[in-house]
Design a protein around this ligand. Structure first.
Ligand code: X8Z
Ligand code: ZN
Length: 609
């Protein structure tokens, strides 16, 4: 998960003074309290202090719950969350009673952000608020506790182990068995989800939003409808690249699994793409038939051979940030983080980065496996932590990213600099492959990044329609598959109907984490990478550029991160890249050599589905 606090708790950071001395003293870094004590400025000052207090309480309760799931920790987490969403809704309503003439730009922005600070708003009825909180906590718990015993296996396995089977096995019937087995979790989540949609919409409409989806789309400094169009624009720009990749992979999967399983012109069965949700296809790389001898860097085998530990993976990622001029992580990070799945209890394993005291109590919660994928995820998570630390000096309501796509893009931007040259520099590989290894490198990256794009789009296109009522409850699952087919060109391995609830098998749905952020991040990270590589003085092709060791790039990135949410996102984008519009050209430039290669390979291959 992302920036933890912004996903279920409202806001990110709290001053240490609050925890240590109990003094409510929000950090007023940018704007100051209005001279007029009774005005909006003064109200915001009090609101920030209250939210900070409740946010820390909710964070602490969530941390205990996520790392030690019991009925007691569930109750405490649900209560703390309920207080937080209840107070946020009250304060947001109260804020509208203040005259807005003559308020500073900063206070006007805070008032706007207050209404948008949570992805969930409680209805004013306290019983309903509490009920909503219980449903969300219960969904998270159901997901976290799920296990499945694949046919022929001696014991029930958690999601990481099932995911490993999905990426490594070539046995289509085992893949189908694991896919179906895991997706059973949706059925258990469905009743909570139905009621959550209803109650969350009630809360959002009390705040003046059409529904929860419209509230989510309102957080991008533009009209919600304009935001939908912006997303569609970006997708239309990258769609041709996706279709080339899809056609190529489908043909290779036909060679592997046969015509009976993989159609020549239809959607690809979702269980054959190397990932439980077909959101990242890197697992299929060995099946793609690159000419023997093509140089390739397989991070999983490098890390395994070198006997890397989870702590070393995190240390390596930390050193990257330090090489850019950022400080090392605090000692408490190493003392308090959870880096591996504990053997003796249920935990929420989905990776997330926390700033529990909203200042410097940074933590990583992840069940790290020694794989290339998790190596990238560790960089992703530290990106959140370094962002949190960079905006910790902002006033409370600005302790957030410019928009949520920024939060998700930072660590990924750094991970794009994990190039063969970089791995060689840090001693992880002995020789750097020549340029004839570029296609393998780009193909691996595309299986991770380009394959993701339509999935990143679908999760919230579906949820937006669920929240608006466009998709009725009776069609939750069939509409999910219609959309996945339309955008991703994938199909379920077995027929699915509306008794199943397959969206519930994806973490962010039960956990109430908006998902469009990842689509945006997958565009933005290439835009950031292109700009920072330039700043670092890189001149060659983008996929070979690494900003490792460039303090100039670090300064430019850091200046954007420190702004937090204090300005509209185009200002932060300009600080980092010199550009004010989200631009897919960075991604298209990065993959241009691969696109040419794919089109060549696809000359006799049908495109589309
Ligand atoms: O949830 C995450 C991160 C935490 S914010 C591990 N991601 C999305 C996912 O796993 O579905 C990163 C990529 C997309
Ligand atoms: Zn994230």
């Amino acid at each position: 998960m992302a920036d933890k606090e912004r996903t279920i708790s409202p806001l990110s950071t709290a001053p240490t003074s609050l925890l240590k001395g109990g003094v409510v003293r929000p950090n007023i870094g940018v704007s100051s309290v209005d001279d007029d004590d009774s005005g909006l400025g003064s109200f915001l000052h009090r609101a920030e202090a209250r939210l900070l207090d409740l946010s820390v309480e909710s964070q602490v309760a969530d941390w205990v719950y996520d790392t030690y799931i019991t009925p007691d920790s569930e109750l405490l987490a649900a209560r703390a969350f309920s207080r937080l969403i209840g107070s946020t809704a009250e304060l947001a309503k109260e804020s509208t009673s203040y005259p807005v003439e003559n308020v500073s730009a900063s206070d006007a922005r805070k008032a706007k952000l207050l209404r948008l600070s949570l992805p969930l708003v409680a209805p004013s009825d306290p019983a309903e608020a509490e009920e909503l909180s219980r449903h969300v906590t219960a969904m998270r718990g159901t997901f976290a506790k799920e296990r499945f015993t694949p046919t022929g296996y001696p014991e029930p396995l958690p999601l990481e182990a099932l995911s490993r089977i999905m990426s490594d096995s070539r046995d289509a019937s085992l893949l189908e068995n694991v896919w179906v087995g895991w997706h059973e979790v949706g059925r258990a989540i469905r009743p909570d989800f139905v009621r959550y949609v209803e109650l969350a919409n009630r809360g959002a409409s009390e705040l003046g939003f059409a529904d929860t989806g419209s509230m989510w789309r309102s957080k991008y400094d533009m009209d919600p409808e304009a935001f939908s169009r912006e997303v569609d624009r970006l997708w239309s720009e990258v769609e041709p690249l996706y279709r080339s990749l899809h056609a190529f992979v489908r043909r290779k999967l036909r060679d592997q699994y046969g015509d009976a399983l993989v159609p020549e012109r239809g959607p690809i069965p979702a269980h054959l793409l190397g990932n439980m949700w077909a959101q990242s296809w890197e697992g299929t790389f060995p099946l793609l038939g690159l000419p023997p001898g093509t140089p390739d860097v397989n991070l999983t085998s490098i890390l395994t051979t070198r006997k890397y530990t989870p702590v070393e993976m995190v240390r390596t990622a930390e050193r990257f940030f330090v090489s850019l001029g950022f400080g090392p992580l605090p000692d408490t990070f190493w003392q308090r983080s959870m880096l591996v799945r504990p053997r003796d209890r249920d935990v929420v394993c989905h990776a997330s980065a926390w700033d529990v005291d909203f200042v410097e109590d940074l933590r990583l919660k992840m069940c790290i496996e020694i794989t290339g994928e998790d190596f990238m995820t560790v960089h992703h998570e530290l990106g959140h932590n370094y962002y949190q630390r960079a905006y910790a000096r902002q006033p409370f309501l600005f302790r957030d990213s410019a928009h949520d796509g920024f939060h998700e893009a930072i660590g990924d931007t750094i991970a794009l600099s994990v190039t063969p040259e970089y791995l060689h520099r840090i001693g992880l590989i002995d020789t750097v492959p020549e340029a004839d290894g570029d296609i393998a490198l780009l193909l691996r990256r595309a299986l991770e990044k380009v394959a993701f794009l339509p999935f990143g789009l679908v999760v919230d296109k579906w949820r937006w329609d669920v929240f608006s009522g466009e998709i009725p409850e009776s069609e939750y699952n069939t509409s999910w598959w219609e959309m996945r087919r339309r955008y991703q060109g994938v199909a379920p391995p077995v027929p699915r109907d509306n008794r199943e609830f397959d969206p519930g098998a994806k973490y962010h749905v039960p956990a109430n984490v908006p998902y469009m952020r990842y689509f945006l991040a997958h565009i933005l990270q290439f835009q950031f990478h292109r700009a920072l590589a330039r700043e670092a003085g890189a001149t060659g092709p983008l996929h070979r550029a690494s900003i490792y060791g460039s303090e100039a790039a670090g300064r430019q990135l850091g200046a954007g991160l420190e702004m937090g949410a204090s300005h509209e996102w185009p200002d932060a984008l300009e600080t980092i890249t010199g550009e004010r519009r989200m631009d897919s050209q960075g991604l298209l430039d990065y993959f241009a050599p691969l696109k040419r290669w794919l089109d060549e390979q696809n000359r006799d291959t049908p495109l589309g589905w």
